[in-house]
Design a protein around this ligand. Structure first.
Ligand SMILES: Cc1cc2nc3c(=O)[nH]c(=O)nc-3n(C[C@H](O)[C@H](O)[C@H](O)COP(=O)(O)O)c2cc1C
Length: 231
């Protein structure tokens, strides 16, 4: 091949090569929801520990704080199943989180324990996300985290895992249940095992993302058979 022809071929191929490289080098990202009304409380400290460890593994993350403004519960209106598949309430953070989740490869939800349960506001957000933006969640790795002063962390952790398992999300585990102890701001940093659990969780999530290349787990191969136990 003449020199000019070789040069022309190289020019034609270059954009394709660049596109392929861009696709393979896209950094994976974990979205984290801080379900506490305290932006810099114990939940935030634990999520930051996981974020730092994800970074060590070359994985990006973003912590979204749910804030302390009122949050709607799902009103089962079905609007999200209409032509405009998003939650009818646009005056809280739910639809913004859904948009971020679409661009993310995995999810970690953290919450303080309130009366032995996760914070109601973060549960409301997650329930509405599942119903209105299930496609953004389905098949992506997920994990929950709960922090408490003394009791109710495992019950809260279990509650938070329930929607993940219904959304075909592989639940990422750690060396222990993802729970931590602390009351006032930053106290959880003294819970060495709790913080270590968050680092192990991050390592495990990074390993899973790298093994799958961030590809979500395929959904069910069959159409869902709904049986409602009416009879
Ligand atoms: C309304 C309310 C209820 C709480 N209920 C519990 C509880 O049931 N068990 C517990 O151990 N701690 C309970 N706590 C303490 C918080 O879970 C704890 O202070 C936690 O570290 C707060 O996390 P944050 O700093 O991320 O907001 C409660 C706190 C509040 C404000």
């Amino acid at each position: 091949m003449k020199k000019a022809a070789i040069a022309a071929t190289a020019v034609a191929v270059a954009p394709l090569v660049e596109t392929a490289c861009a696709q393979t080098t896209k950094k994976m990202k974990v979205l984290m929801i801080n379900g506490s009304p305290h932006q810099n409380g114990n939940t935030a400290t634990a999520l930051q520990e996981a974020a730092a460890q994800l970074k060590e593994n070359g994985i990006d993350s973003e912590i979204v704080w749910i804030g302390n403004a009122p949050v709607h519960g799902c009103i089962a209106c079905g609007h999200c199943k209409s032509q405009e598949p998003k939650c009818i309430f646009d005056d809280d953070i739910c639809n913004q989180v859904a948009a971020k989740m679409k661009e993310s490869d995995a999810l970690i939800v953290g919450s303080p324990v309130y009366y032995g349960q996760p914070n109601g506001a973060v549960l409301a957000i997650v329930q509405r996300l599942c119903y209105s933006a299930g496609g953004a969640l389905s098949g992506k790795p997920a994990a929950a985290f709960a922090v408490c002063r003394r009791g109710g962390a495992t019950a809260s952790f279990q509650t938070m895992n329930m929607p993940f398992m219904m959304m075909n999300m592989p639940v990422v585990t750690s060396q222990y249940w993802n729970i931590g102890y602390g009351q006032s701001q930053g106290q959880i940093a003294q819970d060495a095992e709790g913080m270590q659990t968050m680092r192990t969780l991050a390592n495990n999530m990074a390993a899973l993302l790298k093994a799958t290349g961030g590809k979500p787990m395929p959904g069910p191969s069959e159409r869902t058979t709904f049986t409602n136990f009416i009879k």
